[in-house]
Structures are given as structure tokens and as C-alpha cells.
Ligand binder design. Structure first.
Ligand code: SF4
Length: 201
């Protein structure tokens, strides 16, 4: 709560500063998500959720393709899931996003196309630019980022690797592909619905 208040204070002082809360959607948090969404909305904070994923991007453990069967935190109670999604729908959460979540929980092993080559730019702790932490770098933060991301031969080669990648990341936030216009519209809608009330309320 102190961190949130600190970031809210920064938002009041710097209008371009954004503060977003991401909840991890998993079995123990499932029924609480709508409450967190309402809590954030009342404070003018953008809220979204992220699916729990297998530990494959960091750490030394090998990735298990059936990780959700072994992981006690992954959502298995589909009735509870539907209840939560209905509540989020009533709060105005985009239907397409909720449908993706429903589909993912029912068929977690379905192969879905990876979109990070078209939607992502990661700059890692060494200043290298990548589409995904698991793939190679195509430049550094010193390069003209957008031009390098779009057109450099290394970026094109890495983009081809994302399309052929066998890992089933599927539903990481960065992996949901939306073309620019719906993306901008969603962002604008979220920001407008979360504007903080002024001093007169
Ligand atoms: S599927 Fe995509 S996001 Fe996942 S590891 Fe492969 S390239 Fe990265």
C-alpha cells in the first residue's frame, strides 16, 4: 500500500507517469481478482492480470510441457474461473481477453502462435534489445530502437525464431497479439476509465 501511494504521488506530480497493478491469476487469487480490480479502479490505477506460467524463462530448472498438471497454483477449478470471469465482464473487462483466459484454462497445452516478434521489445539488464528473454539480442539500447526492431537483419532472423519456437508460452501478456489500432483503443479506454478524480471529486 505504501508503494502504491508513492506511485500515486508521482502520478499526481508527473502527468505522463503511469502506475499499473498486475495480479497473477492462479488458484489462490482467482476469487479475489474482481475485488482487486474494483480497488484499483476506485483509486484511478490501471489493473490487469497475468496468467501463471511455468518457470521456463528464468532459473535453471528444465521446462516441463505439462507444468500446469504438477503446479498446485495453476487454475483447475473451472466453475470458480467462470464465476470470476463473469464478475470481470460485469466490470467492463474486454470480452476477447476473458475468452482467451477461458480457452487457455480449458486447453493449456494447445499450441498458440507466439506474437512477441511483432509486439515486444525487451531491453535486458545488460542493455541488449530482444523480443524475448530466451532468444538472442538484435541490438543494444544505444541503437535507434524502432528502426533496428523493424528492419535490422538480426531482428528479422530473431523474429523468424519466435515463429518457430516450440515453447508453449501462449498467454503471457506480451504474447497476445493485437494490431496497433485495437491496442491503442484498449489502452485509451483503460486510461479514461481509471482517471483519478480531481480535487473537487
Ligand atoms: S514462445 Fe515466444 S515468448 Fe515463449 S520462449 Fe518462445 S519466443 Fe519466447
Amino acid at each position: 500500500m505504501e508503494s502504491l501511494e508513492h506511485f500515486q504521488d508521482l502520478r499526481r506530480r508527473f502527468r505522463h507517469f503511469e502506475c499499473e497493478v498486475f495480479s497473477v491469476r492462479m488458484e489462490p487469487t482467482l476469487l479475489h481478482l474482481p475485488r482487486v480490480a474494483r480497488f484499483c479502479r476506485e483509486r484511478g490505477v490501471v489493473w490487469d492480470y497475468q496468467e501463471i506460467m511455468g518457470t521456463f524463462a528464468f532459473g535453471n530448472r528444465p521446462f516441463s510441457p505439462k507444468w500446469w498438471q504438477e503446479n498446485p497454483l495453476s487454475v483447475k477449478d473451472l466453475e470458480k474461473l467462470d464465476h470470476t470471469l463473469a464478475e470481470l465482464a460485469a466490470l467492463g473487462f474486454p470480452a476477447a481477453r476473458l475468452a482467451q483466459t477461458r480457452d487457455y484454462c480449458r486447453h493449456p497445452d494447445r499450441r498458440r502462435p507466439c506474437a512477441v516478434g511483432y509486439s515486444n521489445l525487451v531491453i535486458d539488464y545488460q542493455g541488449e534489445s530482444k523480443f524475448c528473454f530466451l532468444l538472442g539480442a538484435f541490438g543494444t539500447w544505444r541503437d535507434p530502437l524502432l528502426a533496428t526492431w523493424r528492419r535490422s537483419p538480426r531482428a528479422r532472423a530473431e523474429r523468424r525464431r519466435t515463429l518457430a519456437c516450440p515453447l508453449p508460452c501462449s498467454l503471457l501478456q506480451c504474447n497476445i497479439y493485437q494490431s496497433t489500432l485495437p491496442r491503442a483503443a484498449t489502452r485509451l479506454r483503460r486510461l479514461l476509465s481509471c482517471r483519478e478524480p480531481g480535487p473537487t471529486g
